[in-house]
Design a protein around this ligand. Sequence first.
Ligand code: NAP
Length: 246
Amino acid sequence: MEERKVVLVTGGSRGIGKEVAEVYADNGYDVAINYVSDKTDVEGIKKEFEGKGVKCLLVKGDVSKAEDVQNMVEEVISEFGKIDVLVNNAGITRDCLLMRMSEEDFDKVIEINLKGTYLVTKAVTKYMMKKRQGSIINLASVVGVVGNAGQANYSASKAGIIGFTKSVAKELASRNIRANAVAPGFIATDMTSVLKDEVKEHINSQIPLKRMGTAREVAEVIYFLGSDKSSYVTGQVINIDGGMVM
Ligand code: NAP
């Protein structure tokens, strides 16, 4: 029997991350799910995934803390022996106009979204390099490309992720490790549920496909980027946004 592949998804307890983990489990991957709080029933998710006939490891830790990341990656390696695909999904928003944005809100978003992506990628890459194989997918956002009023911190973190992804793709291509980013637009998750209905309606009217995307629609593209079907794709940013940015 062929050895099962392994995916590590950061922020896999809710929203896009949970759906990404599910798509990989549906396709026969063993799944390691990172999360930081006890907001969701992660044990329930583990049971659900194991019902699909794959293994599921829960690894609690804050991606912005080097020690947590080190422990998390070592735990995944000691359980599964390898990581074939890394999805850097964990992310937060602290939206506010620049004039009112505190230094703390700026730093927090950069630390979790951008520095977290750096820390986890660095820790996982060590093992991917030994195997001379791997695929890394980072969650950027369309606002990292076009900007957004009220999201200077978040947009900067996502633009940073795009530069980071391209640099890593260039550094690691010779080791047969690919790195790509996805830039979702407006996706229905907890992150966007806080928006008022009239704001949602306005955004929908600006989207050529006239609706929000689903977490599954993002997860399917991420699955493609992790798989051998995209073996000649690296250093790219794929928009998943119903045509918002073209
Ligand atoms: P979400 O529903 O708010 O879920 C965020 C996830 O990140 C949760 O699993 C959360 O874990 C985890 N997380 C937060 N801080 C963390 C930390 N310090 N360490 C580890 N995990 C942490 O968000 P989402 O909408 O699914 O977004 C997922 C990614 O897609 C983010 O990077 C986001 O920026 C990006 N994105 C989303 C949209 C959108 O419209 N939704 C658009 C573009 C890009 P807990 O459950 O433990 O809190």
